[in-house]
Structures are given as C-alpha cells and as structure tokens.
Design a protein. Structure first.
Length: 580
C-alpha cells in the first residue's frame, strides 16, 4: 500500500523540523517512497526502509493527524529526511483530526437594523495567510512549487479551516493537490484549472479581508447544511450518470415539484465508472419508498418532513418520510412547463448560475429544456433544429454517444431533450435524456436516460422520410480576443514570475491597443512591469519580494480574463439561440 494520508498542518510541521539542507532535498527524494513497502493495521502503519530504519505511523481513522505520530528509528530523527519524504508523498486528507478539535461553525451575532455583518479579525488573518501562500505559489509557479511551498499552503489551509473559512480551505486543498500533480507529472494536471482555482481563492481572500459580499457565503460550511422544507409532491424528470475526475461516480436523479422547481437526489460513491450500475439500481436513501434511483427518475414521490440544502439537494434525515407516487410524462404538467421557457432565457439563467459557488448553485440551473427536430449527425454530435436555432447535442459517456448515433439516423424525428449547457461551445450541450416520437418498451416509461438506457433502431418511430427544416448557419466557438493576456496569466501559474519577467509584452500590448482592447492592454503592461520590478541589495543581488504588487497585478489580469471570457461566451450562446 502507499503511505497513509496526512492532515494538512502535519506537512508543514514535519518539514519545518528539518534543517535547511535536508529540506532542499525533499523534492528530489520523494520518488524513493515507491520503493517502500508499507503495512498497516487499524491504528498503525509501518515501513521498513533498511535493516536499521523503520518508519511508524500512529493513525486516527487511517489518517496521520499530528507530526509527533510519525516516528523514525534512524539516528537523525525527528529531523530526518525519511519523515519529510513520508509527508511530502502522502495524500492530503480533507477531514478533521479529532472531533474535539473540529472547527465550530461561526455563530452569527445579533445585528442592529441596518448593520452589515463583517468578518472577524481571526478570519481576516486566516484569509491573509492564504493570500500570502497563493502569492508564493505564483512567484514560484506550479513547476517550482515543491514540498516546502506546498507545506506553506497546507498550513494556511489548516488555519483557514480552524477559523471557519471552509470554502477557502477546500479551494486551497484543490490547489495543493494540483501542485502535487504538476510536480509528479500526473496527466490529470491542467494549468487552466489551476489558474481558475488560484483566481477564485485569491479573490475570495480579498473579499474576506474587506467583507465584500454576503459573509456567510464567503465563509462556506464544513458540511452541507440541510434545512426543513416541509412536504412536497415530486415527479421524476431523469437520472444522470456522474463519473468525476476526483474519484467518485454514481448517478443523480432530477425531480420536479408542483411549482416547477427542480430538486436532486444523488447516489455518488468513491470509485469509477463501474459504480454507476450499482448506484442506478440501488435504493433511494430518502424514506422507505422502495424505489431505485432509476425507478425514481421515471416515477413520483410524496415527501413529508423533508430537508434540503441551499442547492436543492434533498436530505435523508431520520424524520424524513417518503412514499412512491404516480409519475408524469414530459408532456404533462408540471414537467411540460420546463419546455415553455424561451431558450435564450434558459441560457441567461445557466450563465448566471455559473457565477455562484457550487454549494449555492440551484439544482438544474445549467440545464436546457429543448424541443426540436433531428437534422442528422454533425461530427460527433446530434444536430437538432429548434424553433429558435440549431443545437448540437454531444455525449460525455460511451453509452450516450451510441444512443445519439441511433437518433442521428432518423432525420425529421421530433424530440424533447434535457441537456447541460457547455459554456465554451456556443450552440452545443451535453444530452442527458430524450423523449418524443419514440416507440419505447414498458421499462423505458416516458423517456430515455441516455447515459443508462440503450436505444435500439426499433425504438425510433417511422421510416426516416420526414420533411426536414432548413439547416441554420453554424456558430463559431467563443472568440478569444484576450488570448495574449490569458497566455501570460497561464504561463505565470505554471512557471512563476520569472516567465513573465523574461519575455517582452510590448508587441502584444500594441496589438491589443490597435484592436481597441485598451483595458486588456493596460493590464498586460501592468503585469509585465510588476513581474520585472524586483528590488536589489547593495551588491546588485535580487532581494526576496514580499509585497502584493505582483500577485495583485496577476489577480486583476486573471479576473479580467475570466469575466471577459464569460461575457463573450454568453454573447456567443445568445447569438447561437436567438430566433433567425
């Protein structure tokens, strides 16, 4: 087995104990952990490194929660390289070390009318520590952020968690994981995702330090909060397959209440795509309805004493009661009302949802409900002509793509579709479920879940000779006029400050200015100047920069790129779906 996972603060505590000469050797020595054979029981793990050296972990719930719980039998312990390698190579746990040490949720004080809630001094200090850790990452870049830089970030994550800044702590952990992937050459590393996480976290730290925005939303929560919602009559809409890169898989069933509101019931477990079938056929955790997730997506539910999180995920508390109820087809209320909203309004709603934190993003806010006619295949997509425009439907799973190919062979087929908008591909969405002119068997009541069910040629009604609507003109992908600034922002996240300091940006600044993007040009010039503005001592040596000028310039540039790209994507999408 691999080395046991560690609590974030432990990495910094162990590395701080090392003398500088050994600390510099940790990154070059991390690969030696592959040669270790680690054995573990309930509370202990051991690795015999040689005839005289043994590492021993004392674990709590399988996690190393304190530096003193990692012991080495070598003569240099506890200031030995072996302990540093063990924590640098370990996966970082996102749990808490002990229930007695778990951070408590901040309690909102009674506010006078008109008084605005602000962050506490401890919260501002924790946000400042995270800001400084991110600034260190930017100066070194992902490729230069070794064990010491990562340990500094993890210590700041621990401080933020203790202060109750759970949203910032979770974001910091994702950045630490990305840095480890970059150093190890893991194919899962994506510099654009790292850049987005750094922009989000640094902006969040700024907002926490200045109490900008709803403080409760800035803080986040340690665990998902479920609040009473009373009784609901729910109708199954569809069941979506989920296979996440983070190592979780399963299904999410979408439900609709009498008022047309969307709710979700997830069944997500650790594992890969092999978990999907078990999750889909497994029982719904809410009440004792006797329904599986797949059955719930085609059935109904009467819920009493219900609870739900702010993003409309239904809870499964002991007081919740649920029984199976009759279903409704997509042509019947309240489900039919989902397809009555203009497509442009749905696109606007979806882009607005993408600006909110995941924990407060309403269920189904990025779903599109489209009625259209099949035109045929367009590359790997199913092309659909709606009343407003053309929409290309793609699949994110093999089963979905197979089903779309069957539908593409029936031009003229009239369909209703549930799909998820792809922000960076105007006019393209991931298809989740379909209904319409299909001859479905009894076990596929009302609709087809494209990621779970299998369409046959016999399910497609008619002979494929229907009259086709005219093909609308295709829409290009989202334009990227700020690409010169975007490239510099990404290069700094990957290679650090030195990358921007060496290269000249004068030609790109001039080109942006000629194109009328003067604000973008100014930000690029400011970022290049901040990267090169380094202080020197009396001997001409570059001194360590601890100021905020460079990270602030990078954040302004990254935020400009993000918002410009979002606005361009939204405009391109609205152009793609506006009536022609």
């Amino acid at each position: 087995m691999s080395v046991p996972p560690v609590f974030p603060a432990v990495v910094g505590d162990v590395l701080d104990a090392l003398p500088p000469r050994l600390r510099k050797r940790v990154d070059a020595s991390v690969g030696r952990v592959a040669e270790w054979t680690v054995t573990a029981d309930a509370d202990t793990a051991r690795a015999t490194l040689d005839a005289e050296t043994t590492l021993t972990w004392t674990l709590r719930a399988g996690v190393l929660t304190a530096a003193d719980d990692l012991a080495c039998s070598c003569l240099l312990a506890p200031k030995c390289l072996h302990r540093g390698i063990a924590v640098a190579a370990a996966e970082v746990s996102d749990g808490v070390p002990d229930p007695t040490e778990a951070p408590t949720e901040p309690v909102a004080a009674e506010l006078d009318p008109g008084q605005v809630e602000t962050t506490s001094e401890d919260e501002r200090a924790a946000a400042s520590a995270l800001w400084q850790a991110c600034a260190t990452v930017l100066r070194a870049g992902a490729t230069g952020s070794g064990a010491v830089v990562r340990a500094e970030l993890l210590r700041a994550v621990h401080t933020a968690r203790v202060a109750g800044l759970h949203r910032a702590a979770a974001n910091g952990l994702r950045i630490a994981t990305a840095l480890a992937a970059a150093r190890s050459g893991d194919s899962s590393f994506d510099r654009e995702e790292l850049t987005a996480e750094l922009v989000d976290l640094m902006l969040l730290c700024h907002d926490l330090g200045t109490s900008t925005g709803p403080v409760a939303e800035l803080r986040g929560t340690a665990r998902r909060e479920y609040r009473p919602i009373g009784s609901l009559r729910l109708y199954g809409l569809c069941t979506e397959v989920v296979v996440a890169a983070s190592g979780y898989a399963g299904v999410v069933t979408h439900l609709v209440d009498d008022a047309g509101g969307l709710w979700t019931v997830p069944a997500i477990m650790p594992g890969g795509a092999e978990r999907v079938a078990a999750a889909a056929s497994g029982p719904v955790a809410i009440g004792e309805s006797g329904l599986s997730q797949r059955d719930l997506g085609r059935g109904g539910l009467l819920l009493s004493g219900g609870t739900a999180s702010p993003d409309h995920r239904l809870g499964a508390g002991k007081a919740v009661r649920a029984v199976a109820a009759s279903a409704a087809s997509w042509d019947e209320p309240p489900l039919a009302g989902l397809w009555a909203r203009p497509l442009a309004d749905q696109v606007t709603r979806a882009f607005h949802a993408h600006t909110r934190p995941d924990s407060h993003r309403p269920a189904g806010a990025d779903l599109l409900f489209v009625t259209g006619t099949v035109l045929g295949a367009a590359g790997d997509a199913l092309r659909l002509a709606t009343d407003e425009a053309r929409l290309d439907l793609v699949g994110d799973r093999d089963r979905t793509r197979e089903n779309l190919r069957v539908l593409a062979n029936a031009p003229g087929l009239r369909l209703r579709v549930v799909a998820r908008l792809l922000p960076d591909r105007p006019g393209t969405a991931v298809a989740l479920a379909v209904a319409g002119d299909l001859e479905l068997p009894d076990d596929l009541r009302h609709h087809v879940d494209l990621g779970l069910d299998r369409l046959q040629r016999s399910h497609v009604a008619g002979d494929g000779t229907r009259e086709l609507p005219p093909r609308p003109d295709p829409v290009d992908r989202v334009p990227r006029p700020v690409r010169p600034l975007e490239n510099v922002v990404h290069r700094i996240a990957l290679g650090g400050r030195a990358v921007a300091a060496v290269a000249s940006a004068q030609r790109e600044v001039a080109a942006l200015t000629r194109n009328g993007l003067t604000a973008t040009a100014d930000l690029l010039a400011d970022l290049a100047d901040a990267a090169r503005d380094r202080g020197r001592d009396a001997f001409g040596r570059v001194v360590r920069d601890e100021g905020d000028d460079f990270p602030s310039a990078w954040l302004r540039a990254g935020l400009h790129v993000r918002e410009f790209t979002r606005a361009a994507a939204r405009r391109a999408w609205l152009t793609a779906v506006e009536p022609r």
